[in-house]
Ligand binder design. Structure first.
Ligand code: SUG
Length: 457
């Protein structure tokens, strides 16, 4: 194996990006539901983030949007006829289902899959399990297409293994609930997998007593985490399963990456990230057992930044990356506007021992208004040069010219504004399909969408 690098695969924001208010327990989604969205501004802001990282010399790639509205889903629910009729009937009879069918939620690739690197698996392959995302209707529609795309791109079985999604009853949400700690990319990392509930303990008295009749769902099951450790062949004694704090979930922390983040030997976490009071000690002990090198932990006290302020500012959803030996943080613009979050960033930068060297703020408002910050938009995959060359398609952004091409493509096809009711418009479906067809040529991946397969059948 030659030198490993972490590649960030960002989800390219799709043409139907809208505010459906579809994600229960995600405060931003609930707050902005029904408002007008701006798909072109959204995709350009995502591309801008990728550009910032390409400029900083950080390996960057992308994953394509899914075909939306999802006509196959609507057909499976009994809506029949030509595409335009299906859209009209769905809007008339079940507008919320049409909104779910139209969601561009595949943009949040941190939820696309679980990834285990070649250093972490006993067979030396990179393992992927597409997340079933079964806790919400709109997100559960992603797994099939994600599996297809990952299998098209990571096809070479010498390097990659793309598993089937886990059964829907083992609800799971992918890498957003995983962290990997290691002194550097040459080592086997310590894998942390975070769950919200156990399948066989469905009534959590603490949750219901906190918020009678209005408990937000704990999306990730313990059993799913265990299954990932098994099927990805994660090396013995290098994985730790931790329970998310149930109170934090009730404050709007629907994924672990909303309240903690790790990159190499840096761990930034809220004191209420985990349920067990000794979880932090457990992590530090496990790290110390595995490595003779320091772990830098920045624990944020509730008095510094409350759970609610953490959710509003999305500090913990900052994207931390390596630029050579140094670490760079992309924090949401909202952190620059929240004095308490800003102070924590300044404090980290001022601390000599902290590996973080720089922080840049990114404006991702369109995604943020659906609860998706910088780290939600990316899936991390560690690869060496051989694995990179075994990939199919032109998804790695080697230079800014490729980003320019994607920007031109988006400007040609995306609408400036979209209201949820526009999802019934058959021209939006046509525009989206034209966009994805053309994107297929840019990516060098053909027939990855149902509409392309159906038309050649
Ligand atoms: O699953 N929002 C997504 C946001 C996902 C954020 N990802 C991470 N934390 N990694 C979700 O809640 C809102 C869609 C809408 O309401 O239209 C939504 O699905």
């Amino acid at each position: 194996m030659n030198a490993m690098q972490e590649i960030n695969f960002d989800g390219l924001i799709g043409p139907t990006h809208h505010f459906g208010g579809l994600a229960h327990g995600n405060l931003a989604s609930e707050l902005h539901g029904g408002q007008r969205s701006h798909p072109l501004a959204a995709v350009l802001s995502g591309l801008n983030k990728m550009r910032m990282l390409v400029r900083a010399g950080v390996p960057q790639a992308y994953l394509p949007p899914h075909e939306r509205p999802h006509l196959g889903f609507l057909r499976s629910l009994g809506f029949s006829g030509k595409d335009a009729e299906i859209l009209a009937k769905a809007w008339a009879k079940a507008p919320r289902l049409l909104e779910a069918a139209g969601s561009a939620s595949a943009m949040w690739t941190a939820n696309a899959a679980w990834v285990t690197g070649a250093h972490e698996s006993t067979d030396g392959r990179i393992h992927f399990t597409p997340a079933n995302l079964s806790s919400h209707v709109h997100r559960s529609l992603e797994a099939r297409q994600t599996t297809r795309v990952l299998r098209a791109v990571f096809h070479n079985q010498d390097y990659f293994r793309v598993h089937d999604p886990l059964p829907a009853t083992l609800s799971d949400e992918g890498a957003a609930n995983a962290m990997l700690l290691k002194p550097d990319f040459r080592c086997t990392g310590l894998s942390l997998l975070v769950y919200g509930r156990r399948l066989f303990e469905t009534t959590d008295s603490r949750v219901t007593s906190l918020n009678p009749g209005y408990a937000y769902p704990a999306r990730q099951t313990y059993e799913a985490c265990e299954s990932i450790v098994r099927r990805h062949n994660i090396r013995p004694n290098t994985a730790l399963l931790l329970q998310q704090n149930t109170n934090a979930i009730q404050c709007g922390v629907f994924h672990n990456d909303v309240i903690a983040t790790g990159h190499r030997h840096l761990l930034l976490a809220h004191e209420h990230a985990f349920q067990h009071p000794h979880a932090m000690e457990q992590i530090k002990d496990a790290y110390a057992r595995q490595y003779d090198a320091p772990l830098y932990v920045r624990l944020v006290r509730d008095a510094e930044l409350s759970l609610r302020a953490s959710v509003d500012s999305y500090l913990f959803n900052s994207q931390i990356v390596s630029s050579g030996e140094d670490m760079l943080m992309l924090a949401p613009q909202e952190c620059a506007e929240t004095p308490a979050a800003h102070a924590i960033i300044q404090d980290m930068l001022a601390d000599e021992g902290n590996p973080l060297r720089e922080c840049k703020f990114v404006d991702l408002r369109e995604s943020m208004q659906n609860g998706g910050g910088p780290a939600c938009l990316r899936l991390r995959v560690e690869m060496d040069e051989c694995a990179r060359s075994a990939m199919h398609g032109n998804l790695i952004l080697e230079n800014e010219t490729q980003i320019d091409t994607l920007e031109t493509w988006a400007r040609k096809h995306y609408r400036d504004r979209l209201h949820p009711e526009d999802l019934r418009d058959p021209s939006l479906l046509e525009e989206s399909r034209r966009a994805l067809d053309e994107l297929g040529n840019i990516m060098g991946l053909t027939s990855i969408y149902d509409f392309q397969r159906e038309s050649t059948d």
